[in-house]
Design a protein around this ligand. Structure first.
Ligand code: AMP
Length: 249
C-alpha cells in the first residue's frame, strides 16, 4: 500500500514573522524555513504505517520553490522513501495544491494520503478537504488516531465535545491533528542516507494542472499593539472599572 504525504515549506514556528513594508505579504528574507509542524506529524504517521508493515512505500510531495527540496530531504531523513517536488515560484493556494496532489495520488495509486490539518502560515485548513472532494475520496480530518484494518482506514477525529471514530474505504484522505503522534528527530546517519534517496522535480504544467489563483491577497498587517495594563487597589475598584470604563459587566 502506497502512502502519499504532503509537506509544506513554511517559516519555522519559532520565528516571529513581520509583514513587508508595503503590506504585500510576510517578509521571509533571512527567515528560517521548516516543514509545517502538522506535516511533520503526517510524515511520522506514514513512517509508523511502514514500520508496522502496513505501508510498502511512502512518497513525500511538496509544492513550492526549488528550496522546498530541503523540506523533502528532511522527510526522507525521517523515513520517507522518495520525494516529488512540484516546482513553482507562484504562491499556490489550497485549491491549486489539492489539484496537484490529486493528480499525483492518481498517478501513484496511493491508498492513503496524509496531510497536515492546517498550514501555520496561511491557517487555511482547506487542502485536505478539497483534495477529498476532487478525488471523490472519503476524508478523516483532525485525526488523533489512524488504524488500517480489513482494507479500511479507521480514523479517530478530534471534534467539539470529544472524539469521533469513522471508517473510510480506500483510497482516503487523512489530515493530522496535534495528538496523532509525536514526531521523531532525524538521526545524522539518516540525514546522510536521505541525500541518496530519489527526488523527482516536476512542474504544475507537467501534471496538466492550472494553478491560477482564485483568491487575491489584499493586505498583510501586524495585529494592533496591546496597550499596557494598570494595577487596581481593590476588588471594588476593579468592578467599578469593568462596569463604568470597560462596560463589560
Ligand atoms: P492548508 O489547507 O493550507 O491549511 O494546508 C493543510 C495541509 O495541506 C498542509 O499541512 C500540507 O500537508 C498540505 N499543503 C498545503 N500547501 C502545501 C504545499 N504547498 N505543498 C505541500 N503540501 C501542502
Amino acid at each position: 500500500m502506497k502512502v502519499l504525504v504532503a509537506v509544506k515549506r513554511v517559516a519555522d514556528y519559532n520565528v516571529k514573522v513581520r509583514p513587508k513594508g508595503d503590506g504585500s505579504g510576510p517578509d521571509l528574507n533571512n527567515v528560517k524555513m521548516s516543514i509545517n509542524p502538522f506535516c511533520e506529524i503526517a510524515v511520522e504517521e506514514a513512517v509508523r504505517l511502514k514500520e508496522a508493515g502496513t505501508a510498502t512505500e511512502i512518497i513525500a510531495v511538496s509544492i513550492g520553490p526549488k528550496t522546498a527540496q530541503e523540506q523533502i530531504r528532511t522527510a526522507l531523513a525521517l523515513g520517507v522513501d522518495r520525494g516529488i517536488l512540484v516546482e513553482t515560484d507562484e504562491d499556490v493556494q489550497p485549491l491549486g495544491v489539492a489539484k496537484i496532489l490529486n493528480e499525483i495520488a492518481k498517478q501513484e495509486e496511493a491508498q492513503i494520503i496524509i496531510l497536515g490539518k492546517q498550514s501555520i502560515d496561511g491557517d487555511n485548513n482547506q487542502t485536505g478537504q478539497m483534495l477529498a472532494a476532487l478525488g471523490n475520496m472519503g476524508q478523516g480530518t483532525f485525526a488523533s488516531e489512524l488504524k488500517i484494518e480489513d482494507g479500511k482506514a479507521q480514523v479517530t477525529r478530534e471534534v467539539d465535545g470529544g472524539l469521533q471514530t469513522i471508517s473510510l474505504s480506500l483510497p482516503a484522505v487523512v489530515t493530522s491533528d496535534l495528538r496523532l503522534n509525536e514526531p521523531r528527530y532525524a538521526s545524522l546517519p539518516n540525514i546522510m542516507k536521505a541525500k541518496k534517496k530519489p527526488l523527482d522535480v516536476k512542474t504544475p504544467d507537467d501534471l496538466g494542472v492550472n494553478i491560477t489563483q482564485s483568491v487575491k491577497l489584499v493586505k498583510v498587517a501586524p495585529p494592533p499593539e496591546r496597550q499596557a495594563g494598570i494595577k487596581v487597589e481593590s476588588v471594588a475598584e476593579l468592578v467599578d472599572k469593568l462596569k463604568n470604563e470597560a462596560k463589560v459587566i
